[in-house]
Design a protein around this ligand. Structure first.
Ligand SMILES: [Zn+2]
Length: 73
């Protein structure tokens, strides 16, 4: 037995909250979070700060947005 999530919620976690592109997040795809690209990438604190607070613990950034501001630090 599985409890299906509302379709909008499932779709939202699969997309980057900043650019709405596929975030390729392992956790969102119900795979091992340790295998996610974000575990091996330095995520920009500035990029995180641009994520709405209600999305911050729910939606993963995409690789491009996570590193977008890194060069400016
Ligand atoms: Zn993005």
């Amino acid at each position: 037995m599985t409890t299906p999530l509302p379709e909008f919620a499932t779709a939202a976690v699969l997309r980057c909250p900043l650019c709405e592109q596929d975030n390729a997040c392992s956790m969102a795809a119900c795979e091992d979070a340790a295998q996610c690209w974000c575990m091996g990438t330095r995520v920009s604190p500035l990029a995180l700060a641009r994520v709405a607070s209600q999305d911050r613990q729910r939606r993963c950034l995409c690789a491009a947005c996570a590193q977008a501001d890194a060069a400016d630090i």
